[in-house]
Write a protein that binds this ligand. Structure first.
Ligand SMILES: [Zn+2]
Length: 264
């Protein structure tokens, strides 16, 4: 009986060669294990990345030949390393891990397209640069999806929504409500100084190693209006990310066609 699964780990070895092609797109969820305030679990970014990848593969898998890879669950979380439970790789080991995964994808699978679904903002800087090495050193045509930025859903947040806030808590209420400690969500209070958040986190002119134990940013490790979260907003964000991803995947395939053409 042929499997209809689009999860690479659920295929047999012979099925890999039968079902995947050079133009197949591998979908790699990438998370983090880190504090998310008092109301969300350490594995929030793992759940978000893995479940979004699952929905993307379910929605576009047949049309665009998508395949889900096993999740990379530990990332770069030093900004949260003050908190019990936070696990982080060093940049060196993170890059080494990703280069090993890329090398073995190319060795073991026919597919040469990779979309990384990144659940954790702290992974962004290194991943963005790693894309060049994945292409140049391994011939992998890759891109990274940052779901909360890709989403076009209107969040109507009235203060900076950075970590464990309105958007992330909403998505968790939609994906895994049993993991959300609703009774511990702080009631509406005075938000942190928007100018401080703008200067430390969002200023494109300067980068700071901001941390979630900085009392100017947060008192409980979360930054944003978790009290305003809802499963409906979470579902709207999920639906938007899944919809927007179709265009991303088409662009990725277009890049592959251009690159293959230019090598001839
Ligand atoms: Zn998170």
């Amino acid at each position: 009986m042929a499997s209809s699964s689009r999860t690479v780990g659920e295929l047999t070895s012979p099925e890999v060669a039968q079902r995947l092609r050079e133009t197949s797109i591998l979908c790699l969820p990438m998370g983090a294990i880190e504090q998310h305030g008092v109301h969300l679990p350490l594995n929030t970014d793992v759940v978000v990345a893995e479940e979004l990848a699952r929905r993307i593969v379910a929605r576009w898998g047949e049309e665009l030949d998508l395949w889900q890879l096993p999740t990379v669950s530990i990332g770069l979380s030093r900004e949260h390393d003050w908190a019990p439970g936070t696990l982080s790789l060093t940049i060196q080991s993170f890059v080494a891990l990703m280069r090993d995964v890329a090398r073995d994808i190319v060795r073991a699978l026919p597919a040469r397209n990779l979309v990384i679904v990144n659940g954790h903002g702290g992974n962004r800087g290194v991943l963005d640069n790693l894309l060049y090495e994945l292409a140049g050193d391994f011939g992998l045509n890759a891109c990274v999806i940052h779901p909360f930025d890709l989403s076009q859903a209107e969040t109507r947040a009235t203060s900076a929504d950075v970590h464990g806030g309105k958007s992330e808590t909403s998505v968790m209420l939609a994906l895994a409500p049993q993991l959300v400690r609703r009774e511990l969500i702080a009631p509406a209070g005075a938000p942190p100084d928007g100018d401080v958040i703008a200067a430390l986190i969002f200023d494109r002119g300067v980068s700071f190693p901001w941390r979630t134990d900085d009392p100017r940013l947060t008192t409980d490790g979360a930054i944003g209006e978790a009290h305003a979260a809802s499963p409906e907003l979470g579902q709207a964000i999920i639906d938007s990310v899944v919809a927007e991803t179709r265009g991303v995947l088409q662009r990725l395939l277009e890049n592959q066609r251009l690159l293959r053409g230019s090598r001839r």
